[in-house]
Write a protein that binds this ligand. Sequence first.
Ligand code: ADP
Ligand code: MG
Length: 400
Amino acid sequence: MTKFRTLDDLGDLTGKVALVRVDLNLPMQDGAVTDDTRVRASAPTILELAAKGAKVLLLAHFGRPRGERVSTMSVSMTLDAVQAVLGKEVMFVPEIAGPVVEQAVGILRPGDIAMLENTRFWKGEEKNDPELARAIAANGDIYVNDAFSAAHRAHASTEGLAHLLPAYAGRSMEAELKALEAALGNPVRPVAAVVGGAKVSSKLDVLTHLVTQVDHLIIGGGMANTFLAARGVNVGKSLCEHDLAATAEAILDAADGAGCTVHLPYDVVVAKEFAANPPSLRTCNVHEVAADEMILDVGPLAVEALADVLKTCRTLVWNGPLGAFETQPFDAATVALARSAAALTKEGALISVAGGGDTVAALNHAGVAEDFTYISTAGGAFLEWMEGKELPGVKTLEQA
Ligand code: ADP
Ligand code: MG
């Protein structure tokens, strides 16, 4: 594994200023944070640096203010939630560089924490302007990146700063990189990947990369319909990208060439209307879908076969639900396979790593999120990593 420095490489930091990039882009409703998962993810890093005596300056973006000060997008909206999670008072500083930050640093005592303003209020952030990065770095002694979810962006606070100060991966970044390395970087084989979700078009690069990396590719969700249709199956009025038939064929050929076994469903759950428990609900072979039916989930026989595939594997990486899981009973395949994977993980037979917005929701719904080896909440960064891309925020940490 490529090396990067972690908090283990830091000794006493009394009086030193740690600039810490965290993810405070929290979901909000009516001015209140509705989910503090991201804060909880970075709390160990923040508190560990504070315990080492550092003055901790939090850096984060919030929303998309596009280089302007937008009062409704001040990162201070998250201040109460952050203080609650940390159990400590956090000073808010309405700048990210310059004399106001310098003054704040003068007021802070070792172990104190401050939150700097939304990095995206400054145009230089998203442009990765070295001048802005230098101005931010001027108030810090070390840089810690604990926001894997922002590591696919080369911004001043995610990439630029790592060139200017001694740079370290925070605990959450470290855990994420270790889990991802175990899943695809240098995995114990055989490796299975589950790729589901609505569309092939949104995950073309993921599929193309995975067929060269894994031993078994399990395709479900709406995107399976595109593959089935390319194979000449009549998918009725299912969600299907018929124009991507050639692309789907090319992916299947690439899999063949790479020795990757692709698993498509051979039975499916269909209905004439997309609603909860519709009267037209039935399960059938993929070759028996009627013209007025749509495929909304993988069938039970296929799920059983897929669970058997997982039993032969040592590593699993999962992105995308197998069916339209938000609507009953089209969550059945996702829930069943997730439970199989969770049980194998609990036995110590499988390393299971999953990520993706809807995937995390689906695994929570299945009640197995705790049992997976690692669940990434990083969204875009997780997908880019599944595409085999080098993430700029990670690359600079490795070079630092
Ligand atoms: P993630 O956010 O985890 O990357 P996606 O956004 O790619 O996942 O896909 C999730 C969406 O795919 C869900 O909203 C789900 O309802 C939808 N979906 C899955 N299977 C089907 C299907 N057979 N038909 C229509 N939509 C589906
Ligand atoms: Mg999604």
